[in-house]
Design a protein around this ligand. Structure first.
Ligand SMILES: NC(=O)c1ccc[n+]([C@@H]2O[C@H](COP(=O)([O-])OP(=O)(O)OC[C@H]3O[C@@H](n4cnc5c(N)ncnc54)[C@H](O)[C@@H]3O)[C@@H](O)[C@H]2O)c1
Length: 238
């Protein structure tokens, strides 16, 4: 496939390595909005775009690729406030979008474990769930998109928790607390913890490098080929 790299930072470069390893070619590299206009001819000839850009850029990038009918895989996080608009355009205009706030297979297995654990523990009221995520200091959004997905799988089972909340040092008994830690060059760590006065149960996923995210994005691009609609990792893993 001819792949457009939309965003050529840490993740864009990892995606390039994996794409070449899997015998794809790089049709164009977009690293700022003006690149799109400058490379429009190459873009029109590509098969798919993979976006790892900025939270503030991703939604506009998706719409630009919709306009030229290029399927797009989005790994960028922090653009969900524009999800409804994008979803509506994708469906009504028969475009092609795959998105996941975490492209790694291991994390998607961790999501399943999180759902199973919540299912097991929610009826034991003395356990209080909480989430902690640690990422590198360059990460722009907090909490991470992955922490939000973990939270959204726990919340429906806990009617007394009205929503999630970023930890601020105070106790909020009616919220699922998420602590976001920014430290050094940590690739990504997520913990889900069930605390009681007598013990604690915890599950944890630690990413050692960015390769798993990049591989997931390239596999998603291969999978998306020829499909229209809006998809995520659950569709791919089915
Ligand atoms: N879904 C996942 O599995 C996953 C994994 C890792 C990172 N991420 C997310 O991916 C995003 C990128 O992460 P990163 O570590 O590569 O960031 P980065 O800061 O290293 O790279 C972002 C790149 O986007 C470029 N950019 C700026 N404006 C742009 C535009 N309008 N169009 C295209 N590119 C533009 C920047 O110049 C930069 O090179 C973040 O939102 C991060 O949270 C997601």
């Amino acid at each position: 496939m001819k792949i457009i790299l939309s965003g050529y930072g840490r993740m864009g470069k990892e995606v390039e390595n994996i794409a070449l390893e899997r015998h794809h070619t790089i049709a164009a590299i977009i690293d700022q909005p003006s690149d799109f206009v400058r490379q429009i001819d190459k873009i029109r000839q590509a098969d798919v775009a993979i976006d790892f850009s900025l939270p503030s850029a991703a939604a506009d990038n998706i719409l630009r690729f919709f306009d030229v009918n290029i399927p797009i895989v989005v790994g960028t996080t922090g653009w969900q406030d524009r999800f409804q608009e994008i979803e509506q355009r994708c469906i009504t205009e028969h475009k092609s979008l795959f998105w996941s706030s975490n492209m790694s297979l291991g994390v998607n297995l961790f999501f399943q474990l999180n759902r199973q654990l919540a299912d097991l523990l929610h009826s034991y009221e003395h356990y209080t769930p909480s989430i902690e995520e640690t990422h590198h200091i360059h990460k722009k959004d907090a909490p991470s998109g992955t922490a939000l997905m973990l939270a959204n799988d726990i919340l429906p089972l806990y009617p007394k928790l009205s929503d999630w909340k970023l930890a601020d040092g105070d106790l909020h008994a009616d919220r699922l607390m998420i602590q976001s830690i920014r430290k050094g060059e940590v690739v990504g760590e997520h913990k889900v913890c069930y605390h009681s006065e007598i013990d604690e149960i915890e599950i944890r996923h630690t990413a050692f490098n960015r390769k798993g995210f990049a591989l997931g994005a390239v596999v998603a691009a291969e999978w998306l080929h020829g499909k229209t609609g809006i998809f995520n990792m659950n569709d791919l893993l089915k």
